[in-house]
Design a protein around this ligand. Structure first.
Ligand code: ADP
Ligand code: MG
Length: 321
């Protein structure tokens, strides 16, 4: 980009977030200089959002700013890490100040909520694409890995699943706008990273993953890493009224394979489950038990009428695929 364009962009980004005491040097030099607290690990995660693949061209820029950060904070949450710093690489077709201001607003609002400082990045011209790298701290002895689950552990998921997938379906179908659609759209555009829940689970969950590709796909990752299978009681899936209605029509794919939920899926030793549930309730974190880890490979779905199937419904025609 030309210098003036870059100055403009830097003006927006350098105002984007607050200042943390552990940042010796932030935006403005060749590198940032950052201090990791003694005894803790740096947890690092990166995600790219590309127009047309991860978001529709019509998405509001402040929603995009929120989501680009949220999906990375969700990865930190899934490890039980405390968010600290982020870097942002953004490729823009042209510097549009109104668009940028709104993008930075959405980004900065979520960053402030989590005391995250933007410490650097890169700005280039080209087709719209956003990459955020998030850095957090975690005690390596307690970090929530995917691999710690054991047969007999109980499985839980936070929030509700399937809302974002259903929102996307409705947008693509140009379905009639209903009252519940604004709720579904907010779930797609402004996911809530479950950072506090992840930290609460340190030392009590045996394994965890965030649900980004759909409950079944991410459960499969957790199962494979943990060397176990799973049995899921579909009647217990936490779903909003709109997704419950879809499930009632036999359309289970939103809840199981919709993607973009950014909820936490985690396993807990059977003897710890009541304690974890009580701690979540006390902290105001909604979690629901959905099944357990078993020694038979694969994912067994128990339908409300009692029949069991290992076939994962995949009726979801995602715009990314
Ligand atoms: P260099 O050419 O040395 O990589 P740049 O000119 O790309 O430096 O960037 C100058 C400073 O602005 C650096 O500190 C960089 O981290 C920061 N920066 C550039 N783009 C962004 C961005 N999109 N968000 C945050 N910081 C950025
Ligand atoms: Mg550069």
């Amino acid at each position: 980009m030309s210098l003036s364009e870059f100055d403009l962009i830097r003006t927006y980004f350098s105002r984007a977030t607050g200042v943390r005491a552990d940042v010796t040097l932030g935006i403005g030099d060749d590198c940032a200089l950052l201090n990791v607290p003694a005894g803790r690990c740096l947890a690092v995660s990166i995600d790219t959002l590309v127009e047309g693949r991860h978001f529709l061209p019509t998405v509001a820029p402040d929603a995009l700013g929120h989501k680009a950060l949220a999906v990375n904070l969700s990865d930190l949450a899934a490890m039980g890490a405390e968010p600290a710093w982020v870097t942002l690489a953004i490729t823009l077709p042209a510097p549009d100040t109104a668009w940028l201001r709104a993008f930075v607003d959405g980004f900065a609002r979520l960053a402030a909520q989590h005391n995250v400082q933007l410490v650097g990045g890169d700005t280039t011209r080209g087709p719209l694409s956003i990459t955020v790298q998030a850095h957090g701290f975690v005690d390596p002895a307690f970090a929530l890995r995917r691999s710690g689950g054991a047969v007999g552990d109980r499985l839980f998921v936070s929030g509700t699943v399937g809302d974002a997938g259903l929102a996307l379906r409705r947008m693509r179908d140009n379905a009639k706008i209903e009252a519940e659609d604004s709720y579904l759209l907010a779930r797609l555009d402004r996911p809530t990273p479950r950072v506090a829940l992840g930290r609460l689970l340190l030392g009590c969950a045996t394994a965890a993953i965030d649900v980004s590709d759909g409950l079944a796909a991410d459960l499969r990752h957790l199962c494979q890493a943990s060397g176990a299978g799973a049995r899921i009681d579909l009647a217990r899936l936490p779903v909003s009224p709109a997704v419950a209605a879809a499930c009632g029509r036999g359309e289970w794919h939103y809840a199981l394979a919709g993607g973009d939920d950014y909820e936490l899926l985690f396993s807990v030793g059977a003897d710890q489950a009541d304690k974890v549930l009580a701690a979540c309730a006390a902290a105001g974190e909604a979690v629901q038990e959905i099944g357990c880890l078993v020694d038979e490979e694969g994912i067994a779905l128990v339908y409300p009428d009692g029949h069991v199937s290992k076939e994962i419904p995949d009726g979801f025609d995602h715009f990314r695929t």
